[in-house]
Design a protein around this ligand. Sequence first.
Ligand code: ZN
Length: 371
Amino acid sequence: MNKLFAFWGFLIAMSGCSAHSHKEPAHQRSLPLLEVRPVDAPKRPVFTEAPTSTFEVATFLETSSPTQLLKAAATTCRDARDERGFFGLYRTDAGPKGEIALTFDDGPHPTATASVLKLLAQHGRKATFFLVGRNISRDTYPLVQQMRADGHALGSHSYSHNVHMTNVATPDATIEDIVAQHEVTAILIDIALLAKSPEDFDQRFTRVFDSAPATWLSGRTIREHWKTYQSRHTSELSLAGYAPGDRPYRVIYSRPPGGGPYVEHDGAAGIAIYDKALARLGMVNVMWHSASGDTVPEKRGDFGFLTDNLAKGAKQGGVVLIHDYMRPDALEHSLEQMARDGVRTVPLASAVAAKYGCDESALRTLLRGPS
Ligand SMILES: [Zn+2]
C-alpha cells in the first residue's frame, strides 16, 4: 500500500503546473505569477474513488490500433455520458504501446512556445496545445495562429490557471467559475486567430472584454461577466461574416490546471463539481498517461530525468503531458529518440475514436447538443 501511495505521490509531483520557470511578457511582469500547487499538498489516489467507465474499449483496442480506428470512425458517437455525465480521456483508459498523443500545457509563451513549435516542425510531429487564456496577448497571438497553420490542435487550460478550481466559492458559483474560465479562453483563442496585427488584437480584446489591452481579468470578474463577453464575441463574429454558431475554432478539449480534482485534493466533492462544469461546457476532459516531469522543481533541469520519462511514456503509449517550458535540448533529444524507436504520434482525435467510436466532427456535433 505504501508503494502505491509513493507511486501516486510521484505522479502528483510530476503533474503540477508552473509558470515560474520562464519570464513573463514585459507588460505582465508586475502582475502576480500563476498559482502553483504546493508540492507537499495532501496526496491520494482519487482515481480509485472515481473509476472511469467500462466501455468496450478493451475489446475495441485488441483488434485495431487507434490510427486504424480513426480512419474507420463512425459519424455518430457512442453517447457514453451516462457513465459520468460528460466526455473525458483518463489515464485509466487503454491505449496501444508506442502510439502517443503529445500535449503541451501552459503556453503560449513568446520564446518557450516558439521553440516547441520549431522542434515539432523539424521532427514532423503534431500535438495539442492546452492554452492558458491570460497568456494569449498581442505578443503571443501569432504563435496561436502558427499552431493552426502547422496542423496542431488547441485546447483550454483555463484562463487564470488556478490549480484549485473546484474550491473558489460555493459549489454553484464554482461550477459557474469553471465554465467561465474555459469559455473565456475559447473566446481568446478566437481573437488570437482573427487578429491581423498586435493593435488589432488589442482592439478586439477591448471590444469584447471592455478592458484596457493586456489586462489580466480577475477570476471573479470572469465569473460575473463571461456571458456578456460571450454575447459581445458572438456579435463580433456575426459582423465578421460568421454564420450563427460558427467560429474560428471550436475548442473541444480542456484540461484542468494541475489535473485539478482528478489528480489531487478535493476528492469526490471536487470531482462532482468539475464533472458538472464539464457537462455544461460540452468539452472533453483530457488527462494523461505519462509526463516529462518538467514541473518537478528539483528535476526540471535534469536532462536524463526528462528524457527517461518521455522514453518510458512513449513506450507505454497514450496521452503524454509536457509543458512548453520543458528544457529544449531534452525535448529535442526525446523527439529524436521517438523517431529511432518508431514511436507514432496521433491526434487526440484518435483517442476519441478509440473510446467513443466516432470522428471529431461527430463529437463536435454531439457536444454542441440539440440545436
Ligand atoms: Zn498547467
